[in-house]
Design a protein around this ligand. Structure first.
Ligand code: HEM
Length: 443
């Protein structure tokens, strides 16, 4: 931490800060050392407690009755006055005016918005909804995908290799996007011709404050057109899967019953949306953030290439810790309580900063070093407790298979420019990673 560093509330959450310096590790280090549970009031956000210690995040996540997900599971910029909010809602209605189904969802949602997925739910709904697809994400089921993933990886690397000469490209947008995309398409049963559409809609949904990733660069409300497209797409998919169910995850979702009934429309479409989108930018970011770390730490790259069998599993965990693709989720206190000696009031929001927890010096030895042999590695990049990431085994498998095939094929590799970071403080990481490289054929 620079000696003259002065903490500002914006530093922990402002998308502009993340776009400029990536995860604000200096601010997090300052908070952990000086005020690990701090009440912050950044401009454009409702005030919240910044929870920066590993132990405190675990304590919060393990008490879902005391710290619940509704109504604010993620810290996003919010209208701060009722007038601004009323104006915003009027604009949203205007955007959706040619979609009666969505208008109805909006009209019956109160403060709830258009998406209610696992992330937004608490008990008793959350465990019932989660149980619907949980069997799909168990290792035994994913195992059968492994072979398919290996073929997909080989094809991606063959395309990346080109004719075997020296090439340059953007690793994030030209390579890392494909792996999770192909996986989700495979899992969900989205026809191959639609995969680019799903990718585009996902990018737009998680664009945050980044004009480059938005549907319409200068227009933050264009996200509602994205949501409308997602609703229409998955509404059609439901009709098809109810008439002709298959073995794919979309059929599970379309035909899944809660208390004996099909899911309500909003929850149903939100289910597809979370499954279709949660695994993209996250896995891509871990893959790209991992490569950036390997290139910036050539001794670690060499160590991993020398002993992939011994180190790959540990290296994958370290890539996930290092990149922490999901910066934060948040919870709301249901009653007055104490945390780290401070009084939290009912209704207060707590921002859980995983990227800070994953550099907590009380948990990690040399937390600011990237070490492919780190053991133990108790990172919480997948969260904790009842909401812990459903796709964590899949994400780990994707990274392991990709790097197991990629590293032995490298003849030469270097950065071809400076990386660029997403201007977003929810799902966050490398946006562009220019690479110069030469790959050889698969052995
Ligand atoms: C490296 C990649 C990934 C990271 C870092 C990541 C991270 C996270 C985090 C932090 C949460 C919230 C946990 C909490 O509140 O305690 C979460 C939830 C979730 N993730 Fe992931 N994720 C990744 C990949 C995936 C993949 C591949 C899928 C597959 C579709 C997926 C599906 C989900 C779902 C459905 C939830 C909601 C679970 C719930 O609320 O019950 N994720 N993820």
């Amino acid at each position: 931490m620079a000696a003259d560093y002065q903490f500002r509330d914006e530093d922990v959450i402002s998308p502009e800060v993340y776009g400029r310096i990536s995860h604000p590790h200096e601010a997090f280090a300052w908070l952990r050392a000086n005020d690990p549970l701090r009440y912050v009031e950044p401009e454009g956000f409702k005030p919240f407690w910044a929870v920066t210690k590993h132990a405190d995040i675990i304590e919060v996540e393990r008490q879902p009755e005391l710290f619940c997900s509704e109504p604010r599971p993620i810290l996003v910029p919010e209208a701060t006055t009722p007038e601004v909010r009323a104006e915003l809602i009027a604009q949203i209605f205007e955007r959706l005016k040619d979609s009666p189904k969505l208008l109805e969802v909006l009209a019956t949602s109160g403060q709830g918005g258009l998406i209610r997925s696992l992330v937004q739910m608490d008990a008793p709904d959350h465990p019932k909804y989660r149980a619907l697809v949980q069997p799909w994400f168990k290792p035994a089921n994913l195992k059968r995908l492994e072979e398919r993933l290996e073929i997909i990886t080989r094809n991606i690397l063959d395309t990346m290799m080109g004719d075997g000469g020296e090439r340059t490209l953007d690793f994030v947008q030209d390579v890392a996007v494909f792996h999770p995309l192909k996986m989700i398409v495979e899992l969900l049963g989205v026809p191959e011709q639609d995969e680019w559409r799903i990718l585009k809609l996902t990018n737009e949904l998680f664009a945050g404050d980044d004009p480059e990733m938005r549907r319409t660069g200068a227009d933050p409300l264009s996200i509602f057109e994205t949501i409308k497209d997602l609703y229409e797409y998955f509404d059609r998919m439901t009709e098809e899967r109810r008439v002709r169910p298959t073995e794919d995850l979309a059929s599970y979702i379309a035909n899944g019953k809660i208390d004996g009934n099909y899911m309500p429309f909003k929850e149903l479409i939100s289910y597809y949306i979370i499954v279709a989108t949660a695994g993209h930018e996250t896995t891509r970011t871990a893959m790209s953030g991992g490569l950036l770390a390997l290139l910036r730490n050539p001794d670690q790259l060499a160590a991993l290439r020398n002993d992939p069998a011994g180190l790959m599993k540990l290296a994958v965990e370290e890539m996930i810790r290092w990149s922490t693709p999901v910066s934060q989720f948040s919870r709301t206190a249901t009653r007055d309580c104490q945390l780290r000696g401070k009084t939290i009031r009912a209704g207060d929001t707590l921002g859980l900063f995983y990227a800070s927890a994953n550099r907590d010096e009380e948990v990690f030895d040399e937390p600011d070093r990237f070490k492919v042999d780190r053991q133990p590695n108790r990172h919480i990049a997948f969260g904790m407790g009842p909401h812990m990431c459903l796709g964590n085994i899949l994400a780990r498998m994707e990274l392991r298979i990709f790097y197991t095939q990629f590293l032995p094929r490298i003849e030469a590799i270097e950065l071809a420019g400076e990386p660029d970071f997403l201007r977003a403080s929810f799902v966050h990481g490398v946006k562009h990673l220019p690479l110069r490289f030469k790959l050889k054929r698969a052995a």
